[in-house]
Design a protein around this ligand. Structure first.
Ligand code: RET
Length: 259
């Protein structure tokens, strides 16, 4: 079947990703060297994120209905991250250092979008209050802004870390015990509950990797930047791609159950 939307959206996205990828590639004479495994991991994750974007967009058009928005947001997360990864790879290859600023800009854009997903998957099945979204957004900002200020030297590193941890704790409280968790437990069909549980644990275990990296890097006397970047890169596969796949699973099951 010819689908006009797909016909337009897909080439547009592919072109955007290609332009970003090649300009990041051509922008510097420094090339990825053979044996640079950290560089390889940046490259691999860039491609996985780019491919996931196309997948989530196509699936959003195929499944559609109330799930279209959640799947589109998953695509936005991987799309934004793919762009950042193209540039982060370049920073790594050129300087051998952690692209901290790019990471934080990426987080500032993608983490709120990941938080919206908790609201959206519940909104796809029942009526929920916007308060869920706002509380999660506030938690995100309290977590990221002091964290950045600590890393960038605008705030004492320990103070930045401590405030950031409070923001994360607030997010965890909301998704484990707050309104969102109650709606999920009482009104969500089994597939959505399963996805909710997986997403909740991703935010607990997968997200823990970033504050651990901060702690090791700034409070425990330093860490190997190469290892740290590989770990962050793998964490993003779980926190951005797998997170989107959990939602995709719920969308598929919930739609199949209705047919
Ligand atoms: C896709 C990117 C994600 C999911 C990034 C998540 C980042 C965090 C969970 C960062 C957390 C931090 C704290 C909990 C304490 C302060 C330092 C941070 C910002 C690294």
């Amino acid at each position: 079947m010819f689908n006009k939307k797909r016909f337009i959206v897909t080439p547009a996205v592919v072109t955007g990703l290609l332009v970003a990828g090649t300009s990041a590639f051509a922008g510097d004479s420094t090339m990825l060297q053979s044996g640079d495994f950290v560089g390889y991991s940046f490259w691999l994750i860039s491609m996985a994120l780019a491919a996931s974007t196309i997948f989530f967009l196509m699936e959003s058009l195929r499944i559609g209905g109330k799930w279209a928005t959640s799947l589109t947001v998953s695509a936005l997360v991987t799309f934004i991250a793919a762009f950042h990864y193209f540039y982060m790879r370049e920073v790594w290859v050129a300087t051998g250092d952690t692209p901290t600023d790019f990471r934080y800009i990426d987080w500032l854009l993608t983490v709120p979008l990941l938080m919206i997903e908790f609201y959206l998957i519940l909104a796809a099945i029942t009526k929920v209050s916007g308060g869920i979204f706002w509380r999660l957004l506030i938690g995100t900002l309290v977590m990221l802004i002091p964290g950045y200020m600590g890393e960038a030297g605008y705030l004492n590193v320990t103070v930045g870390f401590a405030i950031g941890m409070l923001g994360w704790a607030y997010i965890l409280y909301e998704i484990f015990f707050g309104e969102a968790s109650k709606v999920a437990a009482t009104e969500a069909p089994p597939a959505v509950q399963k996805a909710y549980t997986l997403m909740k644990w991703t935010v607990t275990v997968g997200w823990a990797i970033y504050p651990i990296g901060y702690f090791l890097g700034y409070l425990a006397g330093g860490t190997d930047v190469g290892t740290l970047n590989i770990v962050y890169n793998l964490a993003d596969v779980l926190n951005k791609i797998a997170f989107g796949l959990f939602i995709w699973y719920a969308a598929n099951e919930a739609t199949a159950a209705k047919e």
